[in-house]
Write a protein that binds this ligand. Structure first.
Ligand SMILES: [Fe+2]
Length: 256
């Protein structure tokens, strides 16, 4: 069921221009925010010209995209390396792996509402208001918050800006939560000014660019973004959408 849909265009239902009006606030707000580097250690396949190879590799279930912890234990062999690595904080480990093991990150996250620490292990925590809390960054975005709260959600969970660096392919990946989208978990992805060249790859290895500025898409398919000549941001709001909104848009809805 989770793979039944690819992309749902929401532009007829969501007024993205209201978010575009917040651009000045968003740029200043992101500048003032505490950010986190994205958490994946990315193989360099994205940087190679043969995109089919990227897709082939990433489609393989065994081609795990390493996280900081596993990458550290897998690639650092000597006691001295391990000693240095273990003395670093989570964010410092990422920086270290960039310099020492050629890892790269495609961007940063700016948390607006985020998973509560004691709920982090719950697979679907990001879709639940009760498992998330507003982050100290949120007050930098008062006008944007009005927009977020006007979205057709019955419940809002995690809210994040994804900031992508320039000239980097973002990590092409799929999310590994089976049956994530059974009608109880939704998100709205917002791409003001169509800045991000985001795409999904279907089972026939065909790329589908998301041309709308707002969408819900199936993260069980490979997804990523083409390099862009400038730094870009998109906004993702997780939660459960209103039942009526789902009826209008053809999105699956199920009571929790
Ligand atoms: Fe994803």
């Amino acid at each position: 069921m989770s793979r039944d849909f690819l992309i749902t265009d929401l532009d007829s239902y969501i007024n993205v221009s209201q978010l575009e009006d917040c651009h000045l606030e968003i740029c200043a707000g992101i500048a003032k925010s505490k950010t986190n580097m994205s958490s994946r250690v990315i193989p360099h396949l994205e940087m190679q010209s043969d995109f089919n190879k990227v897709i082939e590799f990433k489609t393989n279930e065994s081609a795990r995209i390493g996280n900081v912890a596993s990458e550290g234990s897998e690639h650092l062999k000597t006691e001295q390396e391990k000693e240095y690595f273990n003395s670093l904080s989570h964010e410092q480990k990422k920086r270290f792996l960039q310099l020492y093991k050629n890892a790269y990150w495609d961007g940063e996250f700016v948390r607006i509402k985020f998973t509560k620490p004691d709920c982090a292990q719950h697979a679907f925590a990001t879709f639940h208001d009760s498992m998330c809390e507003w982050h100290e960054n949120a007050p930098h975005f008062p006008k944007t918050m009005e927009f977020i709260k006007s979205l057709p959600f019955r419940e809002i969970g995690r809210v994040l800006f994804f900031v992508s660096y320039h000239y980097l392919h973002t990590d092409v990946h799929y999310d590994r939560k089976d049956d994530c989208f059974d009608g109880r978990h939704h998100f709205v992805w917002l791409n003001p000014f169509n800045q991000k060249k985001f795409f999904l790859v279907d089972d026939n290895k065909k790329k589908h660019t998301i041309s709308s500025k707002s969408a819900f898409f199936n993260t069980r398919y490979l997804h990523g973004a083409e390099p862009s000549e400038k730094m870009t941001y998109s906004l993702r709001v997780d939660g459960q959408l209103d039942e009526d909104f789902c009826k209008k848009t053809g999105i699956l809805w199920q009571a929790r």
